[in-house]
Each structure stands twice: as C-alpha cells, then as structure tokens.
Design a protein around this ligand. Structure first.
Ligand SMILES: [Zn+2]
Ligand SMILES: [Zn+2]
Length: 333
C-alpha cells in the first residue's frame, strides 16, 4: 500500500513509502481509506510544533473508509461497513479523567496520525471502539472534515456556552462547520479572518455569518463568546477585548504562538479564557447525529493521496477554502 510518512521530527514534508497492508490485532479493524481530511494539527506534527510524535508516522486523523478486515474480539463492525476514524485513537478507561467522562484528557490516550499511524495511506488500522459510522447523507470526502474540524469544533462550540453573539477567529475548516451549527441554533455569527482576506469573509457570509471582517476589527456588536481557531496567541487579548462581561474565549487549537501580556481589565468582570483539548466519543455521537439535521455542508478541495505535501503547503499558506481532503481513488460520492 501507499503511505505518506513523516520520516524525521519537524521534516516539514512527507515521503512516499510502500508498505505491506497491516493486519488488525485483536480489538481492531483494518480500514481501506477512501478520504482523509487535512487538519491544521497535521501541519503542527509535520512542522515539529508538537512534542514527541512517533517516528516514522503516517499523519491524518479525519479518516473515512470501509472495514476491510475485522480483528479478533471486535463487536458490532463487519467487513464493508463505512466508518470514520477521529483524533482520539484510544483511551485507557480507568484513569480519573476517563472515569469522569473526560476521556479527552486521559493520561494514557493515544492519538491518530501522531502516536499511531493515521489516514494518509491506502489502509489504516483502528481500535474498533473508537470508530464511528458515517451518516448516510454524506459522501466519503465531504464526511471526512466532520471527524476533527466537526467534532472538536463542536466541542469548542459547546464550551463557548449559550452565546447569542458568537465570534469565530480564523475561518478555516472548523469554523466553516461551526458557523453552520451556530446559525442553525439561532446564534449570530461574527467571522474574523486575516485582515484583508475578502474571499474568506465572503465565504463566511455565504455560510450564514451575520458579519465578517478582519481579526483587527471591532464587530458591530460586542460578543457573548468567541472561539479562536487560528494558532495565533495575540488573538486571545484581542478576542477578550470584544466580549461582554462574563464572556468566554475558547482556544480550540492544539498549538498556539505565545499569548502576549495584556491588562487585567480585559479579563475582569468574570470573563473566561479556556482551551479545548481533543474529543470524547460522546462528542462524536452528538455531533454526527446533529450534522445531518442542520444540515452541515462541508466545502472540500480534493487532492490525490500522493499530493499530500501540496495540500499541506496550501493549508500553511492559507490557500484552502473550507477543508483540504486527500482521496485514494476509492471515494464514493
Ligand atoms: Zn484535527
Ligand atoms: Zn484514561
């Protein structure tokens, strides 16, 4: 099988290798990948911004494919089932976080495309307890962004609380999904893009944003909450300065540049800054049930599997509208 591999930490690019098709161990399934979305986290892995990736590693944690082979002692999955594989590859089920419903913070969690091989390949292996059926309403490629941009975006959206006026900083893959969910639930969405990025602003308005402008601009009304998807620390005080008392600012990315010092008055009056880490399987169940009801429509740019480096470069340069998705040639519409 073909696989795109990060061969050394921080290499900044992937190499094509040919490998034998893996055999699923007990409790796991072998999946024939049809589509894998490209997440900003993949860029952080490839560029060496996250510590201790397993090397070599196949990135990719927004995987859609069909079960090709079932390992021993797997319940509820059969050959031919269409499934999705997210960032959370496994959790221990016994640590204090797992026991209280926060498996996203599990001390022994493993993550797809970072500590174990992911979906930038023709096949991947996944723990059967951590894969999800894909709603029938979606084709393979359009479903792929639901698995991280959707799931973690949805977790961040819930952490923002009941905001009537919601700001989204960075209008990429996750924000283009969250904007649709928020508009569906009656929020007014304010989209903040790189200053001067008129195309992204027009895209946000088409997806239901009430207002779109640069991240250095004041929205026409103050915000009840903001979610920061861009990996840019200076947006934290910027977003705080746009929120009302008791407003919430959620940092949704796994990596961010340093947050500059800011005056305490920006946090005063019970404003909250928090991060969102990873996802739980409950997030996935809730979001995959909600998405077709909205209905969330994902906007994808397709690349061949072997064009993974071009997709990463386009994401790095801000040239992707919606989500870049790699396809192996097996994607079903
Ligand atoms: Zn991701
Ligand atoms: Zn645990």
């Amino acid at each position: 099988m073909r696989a795109m591999v990060l061969a050394r930490p921080g290499a900044g690019a992937l190499e094509r290798v040919d490998r034998p098709i893996p055999v699923p161990p007990p409790g796991h399934v072998l999946i024939r990948v049809s589509a894998c979305a490209v997440c900003r986290t993949d860029l952080h892995v490839v560029d060496g911004e996250l510590p201790h990736p397993s090397i070599p590693v196949v990135p990719g944690h927004e995987i859609v494919g069909r079960v090709e082979r079932v390992g021993e002692s797997v319940d509820g999955l059969a050959v031919g089932d269409r499934v999705g594989v997210p960032w959370l590859a496994s959790s221990c089920g016994s640590c204090e976080y797992c026991r209280r419903g926060q498996e996203n913070l599990c001390r022994n969690a493993r993550f797809t495309g970072y500590q174990i091989d992911g979906g930038y390949a023709d096949y991947t292996v996944a723990d059967a307890r951590f894969v999800f059926r894909i709603p029938d309403e979606y084709g393979d490629a359009e479903a792929a962004p639901l698995l991280c941009a959707g799931l973690i975006g949805y977790r961040a959206y819930r952490m923002a609380g009941r905001a009537r006026r919601l700001g989204l900083y960075g209008f990429g893959s996750a924000a283009h999904i969250v904007a649709q969910v928020a508009a569906f639930e009656g929020c007014d969405v304010y989209a903040f893009t790189s200053p001067g990025d008129r195309e992204a602003q027009a895209f946000a308005r088409r997806l239901g944003a009430r207002w779109a402008g640069g991240s250095d601009e004041a929205p026409p009304e103050p915000l009840d909450a903001a979610i920061i998807f861009a990996p840019v620390g200076r947006l934290v005080p910027e977003a705080l300065s746009r929120t009302v008392p008791a407003g919430v600012v959620v940092c949704a990315g796994i990596h961010m540049s340093d947050i500059p010092a800011f005056p305490y008055r920006l946090l005063w009056e019970e404003r909250v800054v928090r991060s969102v880490a990873n996802l739980t399987r409950q997030d996935a169940r809730e979001f995959l049930a909600l998405a077709p009801r909205v209905p969330v429509r994902t906007h994808v740019s397709l690349y061949g599997l072997l064009d993974a480096n071009r997709a990463l470069a386009d994401l790095r340069a801000g040239r992707v509208q919606g989500t870049a998705v790699l396809t192996t040639g097996d994607a079903e519409p």
